[in-house]
Design a protein. Structure first.
Lengths: 546, 430
């Protein structure tokens, strides 16, 4: 209580000092600014809203900086002295600067500051305000974003602002964006000729606001009356929409194919290790999913070791997961599976037991709760090609990564001594042994290779799904499905099967829903296996018959 | 005279000894409380916390001197996220351990599994989780939210405050989301929302590939009308869902998602960056600023010996439920189920958000409804709340078939499924 009153008192005297000195430097420090900032510190959101508005009206050069900091969540209150600061997180501490005079202050612990919270309403309000203030910013990109932010909900005053900006705007893209906004407004003008002209011009630009504007023109209201009374305008809008729509259909098809490929990439990645252990060696490894889980947890552990290097930690996790999952795989093979070759049922049961054992081990070490693996900056967000087509980066990278792993694996099998031995043992174990190949060692290495690749798949999965003890279980069925569909013992088959199942699933999903789409794909595979038990690309020759 | 005195002394002595004997016998006698929460399997993540909450509450009550002069004794069993096992364990608790009340269950399917057992053996179950309604049993007290205490107010908030015109109802494919969405769809249509402005989508448990669904939501939401997603997506499928929303550039400002199954506990294990600004509707938030709540949080953190642990809505439901039960037993003066069931109705107990919750004749309680926005520290900022407590409604008024049905466990109706039109009680036909 005492402490409290002291801080209160301290704050009051501080404010007094600042207010007094404000007379000396009216430009940077003044009482209205301080008042607004005190209001911003209050808990209630309405007070915060008022404070933001008064900050804008002040037109103080610090306003924009403070509002930007507020929007990006960098505005804090120091718990000790109740001071408003702008902070940059730096490991466990914050680099802070005084919000009012921008003076650098000593770094402070994360626990000693509390962030000023925002709600969606305030956030969008701020974005609009900052948009207005940033319309005259230096960078063209900032201006472009500002125009787009203003587009959401435009009024007369903003139109004037945009018009004045258009006259002096040097950048072509920003210019076009402003012209676009103005054109959209013209569609609603009173002059019919002007409206027709505006629609004609808009027709050539396929972007979201244009489509929505046109759609609103041809829409019926709840009584079945057209919202737009003029039938000429309506027909014109309809024609324009039809033209844009064909374009949209192409985009949506491209998008679906991409979704399918990326789902396929996940399937291929999780199945490819199994394609080696099951396909080449003939071991039904039910613990395959848990090897992926080990890979995902490796990513988590490396991220814990390098908390500030997200990108690096994910890249480092790839070889680490390969080695760790590979070693676990070799241990499983040497310890259990090698005694069970040629007895598929026992192998199945034993590996199922191993999978339970691994899950419980992970539960004991990391707790049954899911662990959060952060996604590095370059893997979040999406590649915005235009308003209607965007590809998410994480999926994009996983697709590329999947192809890389596949090519690398193929090269290992084709061009290295290990690959040669693996193929020899797979084709005819006894003959290979007779030729002096150490089959036991090759078995262990092959199993290790398959397991290592499962670990690598786990790294990729950690970026798109939950890292928890049950991670493996949700992928094991899919993995077997892909390998069996593609043809046991054929890596290329796995690739083709994974991608085609992914694309089929994604084309079915919009019509059938996620649940039914999956069921339909499963039914298709069952029927397919009835007809062609050896999958898409069956192995030929004597090895296949044995 | 002397003789008389002697006899009197002897009598007194005998009395004293017997009183002492009786007293020790009394002290050894305890009131058993069953805790029926999964400690392993998929639901362990959420339910283990509730088991710990119960142990803490019982411990606290014993420190205050127990109940009716006896100590409370928790009996913890593990139904292992296995729905039929819930019924077996409930039977074991009631017949073997002879517990006076059971606190437990999380998923609706586990409650439905316990229901026949608890009715057959006339036990008492306190169910602490928000659920789909359309049920009221003589033997169950529902301390979580009914749809009109969570889903309907959330939709009202979106409709009135955020001016939402288009709706995506996304859920996991099982009974709670399906029933809730049925109620919501009927409600929205009654409010004049056209069919083409409602999109309904179901996904399997643990769904992880949200690309096309999020793309669909994005397309659905880019039609120039304000769109919101009402999410009954359950469990860990939420993480990839929000991640995909973030990656595809769907922000809370464009298309807010209001979730009914995402609370502090769920947020504590995940990267909250893509979730900031999205909404959740509950009857309690850890961030609520009341002295009672501060005490509860402190008590919980001390008990669990981890300053980072969070509190959540079902925990508060157990807190209210347990204390109501204590009050009802004290009022009835016995733990006899029939007497306690009768005494429960009308019992009031202060909740943690500043109001006083009351047990209604339909075995549901009054609760405030809060809508909060997720912050990056995994906590909620309350953006809206009802100005008074809302009565839990067992049978939704927005479904034509359950509109005339009411539940009232007081005389003269004494029925959980009473049709006000035909004046008939349909018994256990849920």
């Amino acid at each position: 209580m005492n402490f409290f009153s002291i801080t209160r008192y301290g704050l009051a005297s501080l404010m007094l000092c600042v207010a007094l000195s404000a007379h000396g430097e009216p430009k940077t420090l003044n009482t209205p600014l301080l008042e607004a900032l005190t209001a911003i510190k209050q808990g209630s959101m309405t007070q915060r809203e008022q404070a933001i508005n008064s900050l804008v009206e002040l037109k103080n050069p610090r306003s924009l900086v403070i509002l930007q900091a507020l929007l990006s969540g960098k505005l804090f209150i120091c718990k000790d002295d109740d001071k408003l600061v702008i902070g940059e997180p730096n490991e466990q501490t914050y680099q802070i600067r005084d919000a009012i005079d921008d003076a650098p202050l000593a770094p402070i612990n994360a626990e000693q500051v509390s962030k000023i919270n925002l709600t969606n309403k305030l956030r969008s309000q701020l974005r609009k305000i900052i948009g207005e203030l940033e319309l005259n910013a230096e960078q063209a990109d900032t201006r472009l974003a500002a125009v787009k932010a203003m587009n959401q909900d435009i009024d007369e005053r903003m139109l004037e602002l945009l018009k004045t900006r258009l006259a002096i705007e040097p950048d072509a893209r920003v210019k076009q964006a402003i012209e676009n906004s103005l054109l959209l407004q013209k569609v609603d003008s009173v002059d019919k000729n002007e409206r027709i002209k505006a629609i004609e011009q808009l027709k050539t630009q396929a972007n979201l606001s244009v489509v929505n504007k046109l759609k609103s023109l041809i829409e019926k209201d709840s009584d079945g009356q057209f919202a737009e009374a003029d039938s000429d305008i309506r027909n014109l809008a309809e024609a324009a929409l039809a033209k844009i729509n064909t374009q949209l259909q192409v985009y949506s098809a491209i998008e679906t194919v991409f979704f399918g490929l990326s789902l396929g990439a996940v399937l291929v990645l999780s199945a490819i290790g199994l394609a080696i252990t099951f396909g080449v060696m003939g071991v039904i490894n039910m613990a395959h999913g848990e090897l992926m889980m080990i890979g995902a947890y490796t990513t988590y552990v490396i991220q814990q070791i390098l908390p500030n290097q997200l990108g690096l930690s994910v890249i480092l996790a790839i070889p680490a997961a390969f080695v760790i999952a590979g070693l676990v795989g070799i241990a499983i093979e040497r310890g259990i599976i090698r005694f069970l070759y040629g007895r598929p049922l026992e192998t199945l049961l034993a590996t199922f037991g191993i999978s339970l054992f691994l899950q419980q081990t992970v539960r004991s070490i990391f707790s049954p709760l899911n662990r959060s693996v952060a996604t590095p900056e370059w893997m979040s967000g999406s590649w915005q090609i235009n308003d209607f087509l965007s590809l998410t980066w994480n999926r994009f990278y996983i697709l590329i990564f999947c192809l890389l792993v596949f090519v690398l694996l193929l090269q290992i099998l084709k061009h290295t001594r290990l690959g040669l031995e693996v193929r020899a043992v797979a084709q005819n174990r006894r003959m290979a042994k007779a030729m002096g190949i150490p089959t036991a060692r090759v078995d262990a290495m092959t199993f290790g290779l398959g397991s290592g690749i499962a670990g690598v798949a786990g790294v990729a999965l950690s970026q798109i799904t939950n890292v928890g003890p049950n991670l493996g279980q949700s992928y094991i069925v899919d993995s077997f499905m892909v390998v069996v569909f593609g043809g046991v013992g054929n890596l290329l088959g796995t690739l083709v099967a994974g991608f085609s199942l992914g694309i089929a699933n994604k084309f079915l999903e919009p019509f059938a829903g996620a649940v039914l789409a999956k069921i339909l794909v499963l039914i298709f595979i069952i029927l397919f296996i009835q007809k062609r038990p050896r999958g898409l690309f069956p192995q030929k020759g004597r090895a296949a018959d044995s | 005279m002397k003789n008389y005195l002697q006899t009197g002394k002897k009598l007194l002595g005998v009395l004293a000894i017997s009183a002492a004997l009786f007293g020790t016998a009394q002290a050894e006698d305890t009131i058993k409380v069953g805790v029926l929460h999964s400690l392993s399997g998929t639901m362990a993540i959420s339910e283990t916390t509730l088991k710990d909450t119960m142990l803490m509450l019982i411990d606290e009550q014993n420190k205050k001197g127990g109940l009716l002069g006896k100590k409370l004794e928790p009996v913890v069993v593990d139904p292992a996220s296995n729905w039929p096992l819930f019924a077996e364990k409930a039977r074991e608790l009631l017949t073997k351990d002879k517990v006076s009340a059971i606190f437990g269950c999380w998923t609706s399917v586990s409650r439905k599994s316990v229901l026949p057992v608890i009715e057959e053996l006339n036990g008492i179950l306190f169910y602490p989780v928000q659920y789909e309604g359309e049920e009221s049993s003589k033997n169950v007290f529902y301390t979580g939210a009914a749809p009109n205490q969570q889903a309907i107010p959330a939709v009202d908030y979106l409709m009135n405050d955020l001016k939402v015109k288009r709706w995506v109802l996304a859920g996991t494919d099982y009974v709670y989301p399906r029933t809730t969405n049925k109620i919501l769809e009927a409600y929205l249509k009654a409010k004049g929302v056209a069919k083409k402005d409602i999109m309904i989508n179901y996904t399997p448990f643990g769904h992880s590939d949200w690309q096309s669904i999020v793309a669909d939501i994005k397309k659905f939401g880019s039609a120039g009308k304000k769109t919101a997603v009402v999410s009954t997506i359950n469990g860990d499928a939420n993480v990839p869902f929000y991640k995909e929303l973030g990656n595809q550039g769907v922000s809370a400002e464009n298309i807010p998602v209001v979730a009914f199954s995402v609370g502090e506990e769920e947020l504590s294990g995940i990267d909250t960056k893509p979730l900031v600004g999205h909404l959740a509707a509950w009857n309690y938030f850890m961030s609520i600023d009341t002295t009672k709540n501060a005490e509860f949080i402190k008590q919980w953190k001390d008990y669990i010996k981890n300053p980072k642990r969070v509190t959540n809505d079902p925990m508060e439901a157990h807190y209210i439920g347990f204390n109501m039960w204590v009050k009802a037993v004290e009022k009835a003066g016995t733990t006899d189920p029939d007497a306690v069931q009768k005494a429960m109705i009308g019992i009031e107990y202060p909740n943690l958000t500043g109001g006083v919750s009351k047990m209604l004749p339909n075995h549901h309680i009054t609760k405030p409804v809060l809508i909060g926005e997720i912050q990056d520290d995994g906590q909620f900022v309350t953006v809206w709340q009802t100005n008074k407590l809302v009565d839990g409604d067992a049978w939704s008024d927005f479904l034509p078939e359950s509109k005339p049905i009411i539940a009232d466990w007081t005389a003269p109706i004494n029925c959980g499924n009473f049709n006000t039109k035909t004046k008939k009680c349909s018994g256990q036909n849920y």
